[in-house]
Design a protein around this ligand. Structure first.
Ligand code: G3P
Length: 219
């Protein structure tokens, strides 16, 4: 299972990259706007930081022809880029065209099983169901992860399931249990998910007990 960082914060990416656990990054217009600065520069910096990682960069144009052109330009920025395109019916023809041209794509804003199936049929690399945004409207967002996993396996599609809009530790756990190929996690959730009070207390207790021995060097 791959773990992506859901951020465009270069400093955080730099910090987490050293853990050896990060397989990629998902950016979006919101993240790039929060990061400030020139988005092209930020994207290139992220691509350079994780040369073997998969970096998702979203289109910002609206009209299909412009989205197509922008997708090609984004893909050209770096070999490790996947172009993020919203899962909207207006874009189906250009997604089909880009897939034929082997442009790597991560289809974003997927909410239903049927939307996911359509994208798998077009042969995209990843579909990103947004778990947290379902929860925002009082629907349990994790259900769609299980449905999409079943559909991908049942029909033998090669599209990867990328769990997105992960808002907390429960979502992260569910993304794992649902068999997602990738989970993209905001830094705050990653910190909460990897910290544990009992781990911290355990370290302190071992340290206190060890100090009782009065030994300076070991082994
Ligand atoms: O990568 C995009 C997605 O994860 C956004 O999450 O929290 O804005 O719904 P959120």
């Amino acid at each position: 299972m791959k773990i992506f960082l859901d951020t465009a914060d270069v400093k955080q990416i730099e910090k987490w990259k050293d853990t050896g656990l990060i397989d990629g990054v998902t950016t979006n217009p919101t993240h790039l706007s929060k990061a400030k600065g020139n988005p092209r520069k930020t994207v290139l910096e992220i691509c350079k930081l994780l040369p073997k990682g998969e970096i998702s960069v979203e289109v910002t144009e609206k009209k299909p022809d412009a989205v197509y052109k922008q997708a090609k330009a984004i893909a050209k920025l770096s070999k490790n880029i996947l172009v993020k395109i919203p899962c909207h019916r207006d874009y189906y023809p250009i997604i089909a065209k880009l897939a034929k041209e082997r442009v790597k794509m991560n289809i974003t804003l997927v909410f239903t099983l049927i939307q996911g199936l359509m994208m798998c049929k077009l042969g995209v690399d990843y579909i990103s169901p947004f778990v947290g945004r379902w929860d925002d409207i009082d629907v349990d967002g994790v259900d769609v992860l299980y449905q999409l996993r079943h559909m991908i396996d049942e029909y033998g599609f090669e599209t990867g399931l990328l769990a997105a809009s992960i808002r907390g530790v429960r979502h992260f756990n569910e993304a794992i249990m649902a068999g997602s190929d990738v989970v993209t996690v905001p830094i705050s959730v990653l910190e909460k998910s990897t910290d544990h009070l009992l781990t911290d207390q355990g370290i302190e207790k071992f340290d206190a007990d060890w100090k009782k021995l009065g030994i300076r060097t070991f082994p």
